[in-house]
Design a protein around this ligand. Structure first.
Ligand SMILES: Cc1cc2nc3c(=O)[nH]c(=O)nc-3n(C[C@H](O)[C@H](O)[C@H](O)COP(=O)(O)OP(=O)(O)OC[C@H]3O[C@@H](n4cnc5c(N)ncnc54)[C@H](O)[C@@H]3O)c2cc1C
Length: 402
């Protein structure tokens, strides 16, 4: 049985794990990334917000990512509740808050491929395309057991192994989970008319229906509905689904065609009791899961990585190793408030939407609409746009040498 030794081992080659491995190798740590690099096209797209773009720029992968992403320049909100008191559609432009775009929408598979391509050629980074089966710690660090029998030793293990994280379970870190009485049906569509870099969010009695631009005449759809309705929609054949989407979208993009795999995602969340344990840090969905509204999950995952990287660098300057208690306590402090605030924001947001499903026509008509009807994506993006620079990890501030 072989044992290899590294400064830092990252487990899980999703977008978050790949970015963590690239960030640590960039700083010169001997880094290993454990996990298969083959991603399945599952119809998932992610809207990358400002901080994430700066982070990807710092890692040197933004040009490749940008080539496969579409900018979100305008957000349109349409009240489709059928209420007598509904307001006219509202449009909000990135230029109004001094941005070229609110964010960039990309298929998760294209993002992961761009990151994987960079990882294959990055110095100081070793790729081990295997599954991790065991995790243990001793005085010197942590040891990972691989499916094919080898072991990997490192001062710091980074668990980027997704929502069912084995490392989190082995380390005994507790979780809370919650769910909502809805599911999201996701699919990628091609359409006859240009989207003009505009995402459109229809507010229905059953939840938001959001079309977000992709490059060309294509858009991704997240359609939140009751569990039964979402299941019915995802069971339709391509032609019937395309027609249902076109009708719900009031034909504003013309005829639709299903142009990729579909997903059916439960509206649920997960949070952890702590972000680290001895020689172990949790990042990405190993540390938090959000329902797929509000463009939060991956943006926060990148923020985890950039914060952990700051904690490792700053700890190192004080003579502490990457996986030392001091460094991990620093990481824990940095993540605690941020993740809690965003978890509460997304939870509150979905509950507002649920409340919005109860007929509240009178309140809408009375002018509370402006408060209650701001779209999830728009609200989070506005929040991200106005977030103070204080507490933002260095790789997200546009300091490429940071
Ligand atoms: C429909 C939908 C829409 C979304 N939209 C957005 C959005 O607009 N904006 C946004 O920011 N986020 C969005 N998200 C969330 C975002 O997709 C996730 O937060 C993100 O992809 C999670 O990345 P990750 O790397 O943490 O986990 P994953 O992508 O799950 O990657 C985990 C990796 O670890 C590997 N792995 C697991 N166990 C092991 C092991 N033992 N050994 C080795 N490897 C292992 C897995 O094979 C996988 O490759 C959306 C999610 C969904 C479902």
């Amino acid at each position: 049985m072989t044992e290899s030794t590294y400064d830092i081992a990252v487990v899980g080659a999703g977008a978050v794990g790949l970015s963590a491995a690239l960030a640590f190798a960039r700083d010169g740590y001997r880094t290993v990334l454990v996990g298969g690099l083959d991603v399945r096209r599952d119809g998932r797209t992610v809207a990358l917000l400002n901080g994430s773009v700066r982070f990807l720029e710092a890692l040197g992968v933004w040009p490749a990512v940008a080539a496969a992403a579409a900018p979100l320049e305008t957000m349109r909100i349409v009240d489709d509740t059928g209420s007598l008191f509904r307001p006219p559609p509202a449009a909000f432009r990135a230029g109004e808050i001094g941005l070229d775009a609110f964010g960039w929408n990309i298929e998760n598979v294209a993002l992961v491929e761009a990151l994987a391509e960079a990882a294959r050629t990055r110095e100081a980074l070793t790729l081990v395309p295997e599954f991790a089966t065991g995790f243990a710690t001793d005085e010197a660090g942590a040891v990972l057991t691989l499916a094919e029998g080898g072991t990997i030793r490192a001062g710091l293990m980074v668990a980027a192994d997704g929502r069912n994280s084995k490392l989190r379970q082995k380390a005994g870190i507790g979780t809370q989970t919650w769910s909502y009485p809805q599911s999201a049906m996701t699919v990628i569509l091609a359409h006859d008319r240009d989207h003009r870099e505009t995402s459109t969010e229809f507010h229905t009695r059953h939840g938001p229906f959001t079309l977000v631009p992709l490059p060309g005449r294509r858009s991704s759809l997240v359609w939140v509905a009751s569990k039964a309705e979402a299941e019915r929609l995802s069971g339709l054949d391509d032609a019937a689904l395309a027609l249902a989407v076109e009708r719900q979208a009031q034909s504003h993009l013309g005829a639709m065609r299903v142009d990729g795999p579909r997903g059916l995602v439960p509206m649920s969340g997960l949070s952890v009791n702590r972000y680290s344990s001895r020689h172990l840090a949790l990042v990405g969905e190993a540390a938090h899961v959000f329902p797929p509204i509000g463009a939060q999950g991956l943006n926060l995952g990148f923020r985890d990585v950039a914060s952990l990287r700051d904690a490792v660098i700053d700890g190192g300057e004080e003579g502490h190793g990457p996986g030392s208690d001091e460094t991990l306590a620093r990481y824990q402090r940095g993540r605690d408030l941020d993740v809690r605030l965003r978890t509460a924001a997304v939870d509150g947001l979905n509950r507002t939407l649920l409340t919005g499903m109860i007929p509240t026509d009178f309140l809408r008509g009375a002018g509370l609409l402006a408060l209650s009807n701001i779209g999830p994506l728009r609200r989070i993006v506005m929040r991200e746009g106005v977030l103070p620079r204080v507490g933002v990890p260095r790789l997200m501030q546009g300091v490429s040498s940071g």
